[in-house]
Design a protein around this ligand. Structure first.
Ligand code: 6PG
Length: 230
């Protein structure tokens, strides 16, 4: 199980550059974006400094997960992606998870089946999935102790979160792991312990197959200055 770790003061830039290289390969690309706060600077970079380097008309963007709220609510992942990226770009295709609607998980699963190429196990293949990680080691909306962790068949699922059990729509490990590239972006010292445990194979994000990690140097600051408190 190979894991690659890129540690940088600006991991968003490293990831943006990798994405530009991928998106300039021949053919139409399919990329799934996570929500939360960490990817904001990445999406802002893609919509500004790097926008001229990306063939947007040859790209379809999807969501890794979404909260069950309308797209204009402050906690909507779509709203964050629209505000940081989509509003700056004209000709990209964006497939929104309509998580506020009953039946949205089945519909999104059907969408993936008809728009993405499939592997030998008939799983949709993203060119890249951009993932985050919570302090509890979750990724997407695959939280510790929730049914979504065990899902082996479905590609999109309604799964309970840990904030009062409110459900979210999420891609599942079968489709995350079918992606050609599985890239994590993690920032914040508060995530250092979770990252260590994920790398040790102990938390939900550990189930992502051979990921590449783009990690802020602050997560290793204590280790670097020798005061590494466990
Ligand atoms: C979401 C994300 C989620 C996120 C982690 C980290 O819907 O919140 O998809 O998986 O990546 O919770 O969130 P932060 O980036 O806000 O720390």
């Amino acid at each position: 199980m190979e894991t690659t770790l890129h540690v940088s003061r600006e991991p968003e830039k490293l990831l943006a550059e990798r994405l530009v290289l991928l998106l300039n390969e021949p053919g139409h690309k399919h990329v799934a974006l996570s929500g939360g706060n960490t990817p904001r600077p990445l999406y802002e970079l893609l919509g500004s400094d790097y926008a001229g380097l990306i063939p947007w008309a040859k790209l379809s963007l999807y969501q890794v997960d979404e909260r069950e709220v309308p797209p204009d609510r402050p906690d909507s992942n779509y709203r964050m992606i629209r505000e940081t990226l989509l509003k700056h770009i004209d000709d990209v295709t964006f497939e929104r998870m309509e998580a506020e609607r009953i039946g949205a998980a089945d519909d999104y699963e059907r969408l993936l089946a008809v728009t993405l190429p499939q592997n030998e196990k008939h799983r949709p293949i993203f060119d890249a999935v951009l993932l985050g990680m919570g302090e509890d080691g979750h990724t997407a909306s695959l939280f510790p102790g929730t049914p979504g962790l065990q899902e082996k068949r479905r590609f999109v699922l309604r799964n309970p979160s840990l904030d009062g059990g409110r459900h979210r729509l999420t891609l599942t490990f079968p489709v995350l792991n079918a992606a050609r590239n599985r890239w994590f972006l993690v920032r914040g010292k508060e995530k250092a312990a979770a990252l260590r445990r994920v790398l040790a194979g102990k938390l939900p994000a550990s189930h992502v197959r051979e990921p590449e990690w783009f990690v802020g140097a602050e997560l290793f600051a204590d280790a670097a200055d020798g005061s590494g408190a466990e």
